[in-house]
Ligand binder design. Structure first.
Ligand code: UDX
Length: 446
């Protein structure tokens, strides 16, 4: 089928490439000329496992093209995806200006019936607004062309985006139109072979499904972080509790890992936006408000712990930080807990030596040159001259370090682990002090 995707961010680029990969004829449109030029040359601007090879292969096969030409894009696709950003507004609501601008662009150029498919995460009621925007422009043009607006939310995870997109666990289609449903069923048939993953519903329910999914997952994380705080104060071990509750299939093992709070481009933004939506209809979302509050506090835990360890004064201390990306397998630092940690340490007068396997360029871009930050090429280099270590992202290469070397290099032999990567007894054996999340701490050997 002929498909056009507006927006070549995580969602649009991955979706476009994966649709081309099963044989659809895809044009991706973006207003960022530099990005389009890079993509045309086969350079993928984001770190996402498996993405560059499928972009390059499908470009070479002529099934995937990139352009800044909106008119060309609109002419091409019978299905036109909206996958542009919905950044949070100052009040936490999702900013729809990009979505509505693309809607008007489509309406300006369309000469034949189109099905507009919304993939961006947008508040309930946005499909109606998109339809309204398209209708207004068509009316101005005096062009009574038929169109449908469908909600088809994306559930991919960064770092596993290609795999998630190729093997979705569900495909939500929000539409009241049998013709649009049939088009999307045909589009997704290659992804829907073993059992029917397609869930058809009305547009508003599809829009709410996306927020409900992310809010539910954020709730699980804030819940386990709350229990971790309790475990610490009660002398219990959250890792034992986690395994104990995860074995109940109604709870499950997924998304109950305690840590330094959720980050990334989705959870913080979507929880805020859903709170805003709820308030807009006169409803107080008690659970969501608590989820967000717990997350805000959780992001401060590691810094507070380090400062408390030094009796409230970290001036002149150097903290090694392992992990800057908001999670492994990505260079994305949007709402990354590392940023909260670094800001708190700097505000308290500490120096930072940081390493991340892929987010170093992003860190350079975000922080620039500063006297209190050294970006190090290896985890080991970060430890050199540091007093203690803080772990923020659970990259695989941090899982089995040389503890003896760590104990030799860290002046105060203290490890503050925001991801519970190690067994406390192992660090104790190597003479290292260890504080993690929701577990009893270990003091460094005298
Ligand atoms: C999320 C959803 O998983 C995805 O379905 C949706 O489409 C977009 O938002 P993503 O933001 O890429 O995806 O990352 P995810 O792996 O879900 O992690 C989100 C955050 O939660 C990370 O900061 C992670 O460290 C944290 N997390 C996750 C925990 O603290 N504990 C857990 O048990 C799981």
């Amino acid at each position: 089928m002929k498909v056009t995707v507006f927006g070549t961010g995580y969602v649009g680029l991955v979706q476009g490439a994966v649709l081309a990969d099963v044989g659809h004829d895809v044009v991706c449109v973006d207003i960022d000329a530099a990005k389009v030029a890079a993509l045309q040359a086969g350079r993928v601007p984001i770190h996402e496992p498996g993405l560059a090879p499928i972009v390059q292969a499908n470009q070479a096969a002529g099934r995937l093209r990139f352009t800044t030409g909106a008119a060309e894009g609109v002419a091409h696709g019978e299905l036109i995806f909206l996958a542009v950003g919905t950044p949070p507004d100052e009040d936490g609501s999702a900013d729809l200006q990009h979505v509505l601008a693309v809607a008007r662009t489509i309406a300006t150029h369309m000469a034949a019936p189109k099905t507009i498919v919304n993939k961006s995460t947008v508040p309930v009621g946005t499909a109606d607004q998109v339809a309204e925007a398209v209708r207004a422009v068509l009316q101005q043009r005096g062009a009574p062309i038929a169109f449908e607006v469908v909600s088809n939310p994306e559930f991919l995870k960064e770092g596993a985006a290609v795999a998630d997109c190729k093997r979705p666990d569900r495909i939500v289609i929000g539409t009241g139109s049998a013709a649009a449903e049939a088009q999307l069923r045909e589009l997704y048939a290659p992804f829907n072979r073993n059992h029917d993953k397609i869930v058809v519903m009305d547009v508003k329910s599809a829009e709410l499904t996306k927020y409900a999914a992310n809010a539910m997952l954020a709730t699980k994380i804030s819940f386990i972080n709350e229990i971790a705080n309790l475990a610490e104060r009660l002398g219990a071990d959250i890792e034992a509790v986690r395994r104990g509750i995860g074995s109940d299939p109604r709870i499950g093992y997924h998304f109950i890992y305690p840590g330094v709070g959720y980050g990334g481009s989705c959870f913080p933004k979507d929880v805020k936006a859903l709170i805003h939506t709820a308030k807009g209809v006169g409803f107080t979302p008690d659970v969501l408000l608590a989820v967000e509050q717990r997350n805000g506090a959780q992001r401060r835990v590691l810094a507070e712990r380090i400062v408390a360890h030094y009796g409230g004064d970290v001036r002149g201390k150097t903290v090694a930080v392992w992990g800057l990306a908001f999670k492994p397998e990505t260079d994305d630092m949007r709402e990354a807990p590392s940023r909260a940690l670094l800001q708190a340490l700097w505000a308290a007068g500490a120096q930072v030596r940081a390493h991340d396997p892929v987010a170093m360029d992003e860190a350079r871009r975000l922080f620039g040159e500063r006297d209190d930050l050294v970006l190090c090429d290896t985890p080991l280099e970060a430890l050199q001259g540091a007093d203690c270590l803080a772990i923020v992202t659970e990259w695989k290469i941090f899982r089995v370090p040389d503890f003896d070397q760590m104990a030799r290099l860290l002046k105060d032999r203290m490890v503050f682990d925001g991801r519970n990567l190690y067994e406390p007894a192992v660090l104790a054996r190597h003479g290292l002090g260890y504080e993690s999340i929701g577990r009893p701490g270990v003091a460094p050997a005298p």
